[in-house]
Structures are given as C-alpha cells and as structure tokens.
Design a protein around this ligand. Structure first.
Ligand code: GLV
Length: 323
C-alpha cells in the first residue's frame, strides 16, 4: 500500500510528477485559506503533508495525525508550522529555501520602484482622465540614486535585494543577527542597530523571518522613528508590522508611504483601512509568483516529501529556526 499524502490545495499535475506511483494523494479544495476542513477526516491515515504557507500545522492538528512522518511546506517561511511539536513527534519538516530568492528580490525592487515613483497613483490618474497636461510638479517621487535603503534581515533575499539596490545607486544599511562581511565588502553595506537604520533610511525593506523576536518589530515607536518621506516595504511576513500602527502612520503622515506584499491579516479584507491610502501599495503575497519559481518550489517540496516518507534525510530540512 502506497503512503497517504495530503496535499492541502491543488497544484498543477506537472509540478507533482515525481510523486506519481509513489504516494496516494488526496488533494484539498481550491480557493480556501488555512488547513482544509475537508482533509481533517484523512489525517489519521496520513503519512505525509504537503502544505502551503496558509496552512497552520500545530500540535492539535498533529494529534490527529499519529502516522505522520513528514511535513513538507512549499514555502521558505515556516512560521505556519509548530516546529517544536513536529520535533517532539519525530516528524521531519522541509521547506524550499534559495529557489525563490531572486523572484522575491525582483518583486521587492518592483515595490520599491513603484512606491518611490508613485506608479500606482500616477497610472490610476492617467486612466481616470486626470492627466491634463505635462505637469512640472505632478506625481513627484523619490530619487533612488543616492537614497539610503535599510534592509532588515540580511539573509539570502536581503542580500539579493542589496545587490539590486546597489545597482540603482542606493546606499545600504542593514540589521541582522549575523554580520555579513561579504555584503559589506562587495556593496559597502553597513550593519547598524535597528533604531539607527529606521532613522537614517529613505526606504526600509523587511526581509526577516517571522519569529517571536520579529513579531511586531515595526510598531508605533519604530514607525515614528522613520523619516516623514520614508517608505516601508514588507515582503517578509505581515505580522512583522503592527497593522494598526501602520494605519495611523499613514493617516497622520509619520511616513511617506508603504508597499506591502504581505499583510496582517492575510488576505486583507477589501474594506480594510489600508486600502484607503493612495500611498499604500498592496500586492496579494506574490513574492515567489513566477512560473519557474513556483514550479521549482513544488519540485523541492516533493523531494522533501519523498525523502521523509522513505526515512531519508530531507534534502531541504528546516534547521529549527523558530524553535
Ligand atoms: C513565501 O512567502 C514563502 O515563504 O515561500
């Protein structure tokens, strides 16, 4: 009998080719958020889970899955998984690091450029007939050349953003639990305390994982430290920013604008106050959303899953980052 695997949400069949003939797959419904109710009845038999970042895998869920041997998350972030609960039960956890670095860094630059040059506002005005003439003072934005970018979290994605930003002539500051001499030498990036980064940066870009230490890191005090024209960019995880504080910051003009690929909550309901600000650009968590990247993420997730089912070390095992 082939091992039973629950894939929480549908994926294109060609991304899952390596699973053919090796597992029995039950696929959850399309368009839902969170671990699908419809799959709960299958948990007692499941030996593997192939999850997305929207699925919460906690101790209560694991209690219902006594045969589970591997949780393979098709994401680099694993804040949706209780790693300690998995470790206690001997369940291997895998993720998809590295493969989405370039796509996510590309999107970060797209957000920085769009927010700096007020592209969503300008495009909306053109479409709505508000482009009456070439205006010497219309839609003015920020010069990136010579501006300071503060990168919070200098991991793989932070470094890929730093390389791109340096090519745009930006000066680089960063915070990170570890010094990154290679980025300092190659790009002139300077490691500073968070307070200093917030005070000195024209753009603050978040690239840290969501952990107990980073949850709520960008709170009212942090936002008040930023320059009045500075932009906040979040492609990390929504809860790194305190949403209510960001709403106030935009309402009261503490900062110049925000560009968010992740929000708290997620998805952000259509009537959420953040949508009311023309200087707040919101994308629906699309950092890794390119055909090639998503396919490679699925293939890595399948490789992790098969290794876990076969009792081999996972090729991309999570190293207890949020234990
Ligand atoms: C995307 O947010 C990921 O963690 O893969």
């Amino acid at each position: 009998m082939l091992p039973l695997v629950l894939l929480t949400h549908p994926l294109p069949a060609e991304w899952l080719q390596s699973l053919e003939g090796r597992v029995r797959l039950i696929v959850g419904p399309e368009g839902t958020t969170g671990f699908p109710e419809a799959l709960l009845k299958d948990l007692p038999e499941a030996e593997g889970l192939l999850t997305l970042l929207i699925d919460r895998v906690d101790g209560a869920l694991l209690e219902r899955a006594p045969r589970l041997r591997v949780v393979s998350n098709m994401a680099v972030g694993v804040d949706n998984i209780d790693l300690r609960a998995c470790q206690e039960r001997g369940i291997a956890v895998g993720n998809t690091p590295g493969v989405l670095t370039e796509a996510t860094a590309d999107l970060t630059l797209a957000l920085i450029l769009s927010a700096a040059r007020r592209l969503p506002e300008a495009a909306a005005d053109a479409r709505a007939g508000r482009w009456k003439t070439w205006s010497p003072t219309g839609w003015l934005g920020m010069d990136l050349n010579g501006a300071t970018l503060g990168i919070v979290g200098m991991g793989k994605i932070g470094q890929a953003v730093a390389r791109r930003a340096a090519a745009f002539g930006m000066r680089l500051l960063y915070t990170s639990p570890h010094a990154r001499p290679e980025v300092e030498e190659a790009l002139g990036a300077q490691r500073v305390p968070l307070e200093q980064l917030l005070e000195a940066s024209d753009v603050v870009s978040l690239h840290c994982p969501l952990t107990p230490q980073t949850r709520g890191l960008i709170n009212e005090a942090a936002l008040r430290r930023m320059k009045p024209r500075a932009l906040l960019v979040n492609v990390a995880r929504g809860p790194v920013v305190v949403t209510e504080a960001l709403v106030r910051a935009l309402q009261e003009g503490w900062i110049g604008g925000a560009a968010l690929d992740v929000t708290d909550p997620e998805p952000l309901p259509p009537d959420h106050p953040l949508y009311q600000f023309p200087n707040c650009l919101i994308a629906p968590h699309i950092g890794s959303a390119t055909w090639g990247t998503r396919r490679r993420m699925a293939e890595m997730a399948c490789a992790n899953l098969l290794a876990g089912l076969e009792g081999r070390p996972l090729p991309y095992a999570v190293q207890g980052t949020n234990l």
